[in-house]
Design a protein around this ligand. Structure first.
Ligand code: HEC
Length: 231
């Protein structure tokens, strides 16, 4: 009887302790957690195209802008802001049998209407579908974040092209922000909207997507700190 009581009390203690130990994870959660983070995260392999790292940001930026296939508008009934929605238009292993890719290369419609993606971006879609169109994510292995050699062209432009440009270019300048060229980026760097946006203090950018990695955010900050040069 006594033993049972001790056992019961220790069980209660463990539960209490566990619940007080519970704390928020150190990693800042996604501003809009639309990505399934329950599957294992692999170290990035150069031979693989990952959904969360490459495909989703490109789709969000190029196809999910306001008025197109975003969660609110979903033109033609398409909402392209999550894997479960996107995979409906993909036939894994078969790029040219996938509505998503067919539109991108102009076999059916031409999407995005503002103009085709770059060849490198199309190749990424082709490869991702060929590799089974998985809901996969990778991380860079937690390697150090190099903010020593930050430049506009090498550090910012690739991130902007992948995550922002589809919604912020000359023809689709969401929020009157055009990030297609240095001057456009400089404007929002100077008025504080750039850091405000990517850190979620204004409307969280990229809209509908995962926030930028803390390493990428550090690079934007460092670039501004060093005078926001056109380098
Ligand atoms: C899916 C479309 C979309 C993507 C992708 C996107 N934006 Fe935006 N952005 C918008 C819209 C729409 C607004 C206008 C405000 C609003 O509606 O939330 C906006 C506004 C902004 C603003 C003005 C300040 C503010 O927050 O309102 C900045 C700066 C900005 N975006 C930067 C970025 C950057 C940098 C990226 C890439 C990391 C990005 N955006 C990605 C759609 C997008």
């Amino acid at each position: 009887m006594k033993k049972a009581l001790i056992f019961y009390l220790s069980a209660v203690l463990v539960v209490v302790l566990l619940s007080t130990c519970e704390h928020k994870p150190d990693i800042v959660p996604a501003l809009k957690p639309i990505v399934d983070t329950t599957h294992p995260v692999a170290i990035c392999s150069p031979d693989t195209i990952y959904f969360t790292n490459t495909i989703l940001p490109l789709i969000v930026s190029n196809c999910a802008m306001t008025g197109c296939h975003d969660a609110i508008t979903h033109a033609e009934g398409l909402n392209l802001t999550s894997y479960s929605q996107i995979i409906k238009y993909v036939s894994p292993g078969n790029p040219t049998g996938s509505r998503l890719y067919r539109n991108m290369i102009g076999l059916d419609d031409i999407m995005p209407p503002a103009g085709p993606l770059s060849q490198a971006q199309l190749d990424a879609f082709n490869k991702w579908i060929t590799q089974g169109a998985k809901n996969n994510t990778c991380n860079d292995g937690g390697g150090p974040c190099d903010t020593m050699n930050v430049s506009f062209s090498a550090s910012l432009v690739p991130v902007i092209n992948n995550y922002c440009k589809g919604c912020h270019n000359a023809s689709t300048s969401s929020g009157s922000v055009n990030l297609d060229n240095y001057n456009g980026v400089l404007t929002v760097a100077n008025n504080g909207q750039l850091i405000g946006g990517i850190t979620g203090k204004l409307s969280a950018m990229p809209k509908y997507g995962q926030p930028l990695s803390s390493c990428n955010i550090s690079k934007f900050r460092q670039w501004i700190k060093e005078g926001a040069k056109n380098n």
